[in-house]
Design a protein around this ligand. Structure first.
Ligand code: AP5
Ligand code: MG
Length: 200
């Protein structure tokens, strides 16, 4: 199994690149943001609770998102690999993910981190807010709050994986296709390395 985390601040292109990566490599895409928005659309109790939190730019409790990830991993037992997008977002989530994966005798290969400046991120999100219908995109105060939460709670997750030599930083500005080339090159290298190890 090949499991990757696509990491980066709000608006860095995780969702955009995930779609392309999943199209090329056939992994299962797990975006906790998308899963939560589906709960909101279905008007479930979990969705209603999450909406209040998301509209303020804060994080949904760890146990809620870890529970969602756990059931998705169960649902796709035969997956070739998983691409995590927007998860893990705290050290506690990273620890929980490592545990869940080790129970399945697998682990994270790499955390691929997209680097984008804050000004570019605000610009992208305000622009998307004009059409996306995402309530957390329209108000610059909420967008800035999402960045602050990212810096305080999520950025340390990169260092957590760096300790194991799993962090790869990628410049996240430029054309979508150029960024995809860099990401898919890194993923392909991991797959080739694994195949040459198993051939020995
Ligand atoms: P989530 O849905 O994960 O949102 P996010 O991380 O804030 O990021 P976005 O989805 O806004 O951006 P993205 O990086 O996917 O970029 P995209 O490709 O869309 O989370 C939303 C909320 O849910 C959180 O705030 C939290 O409340 C909750 N939540 C989710 N996961 C959680 C967790 N694990 N724990 C707790 N709470 C959780 O691109 C953005 C825009 O830029 C698009 O318009 C795109 O077209 C454009 N764009 C993309 N690439 C480029 C490029 N290269 N050049 C120019 N424009 C580009
Ligand atoms: Mg996204």
């Amino acid at each position: 199994m090949f499991n990757f985390i696509l990491f980066g601040p709000p608006g860095s292109g995780k969702g955009t690149q995930s779609e392309k990566i999943v199209g090329r490599f056939g992994f299962i895409h797990l975006s906790t943001g998308n899963l939560l928005r589906q709960e909101i659309q279905d008007r479930t109790p979990l969705g209603m609770e999450a909406k209040n939190i998301m509209d303020k730019g804060q994080l949904v409790p760890d146990e809620v998102v870890v529970g969602m990830i756990d059931s998705c991993l169960e649902k796709h037992r035969d997956a070739k690999g998983f691409l995590f997008d927007g998860f893990p977002r705290t050290i506690a989530q990273a620890e929980a993910l490592d545990k869940l994966l080790s129970l399945k005798k697998t682990s994270i290969r790499k955390l691929l981190a997209l680097d984008v400046t804050e000004d570019e991120l605000v610009k992208r999100l305000l622009k998307r807010g004009e059409t996306s219908g995402r309530s957390d995109d329209t108000d610059e105060v909420v967008i800035r709050k999402r960045f602050n939460v990212y810096k305080a709670e999520t950025e340390p997750v990169a260092a957590y994986y760096e300790r194991d030599g799993k962090l790869e930083r990628i410049a996240g500005e430029g054309s979508v296709d150029d960024i995809f080339k860099k990401l898919s090159g890194l993923i392909q290298t991991e797959i080739d390395t694994q195949q040459s190890v198993s051939a020995q």
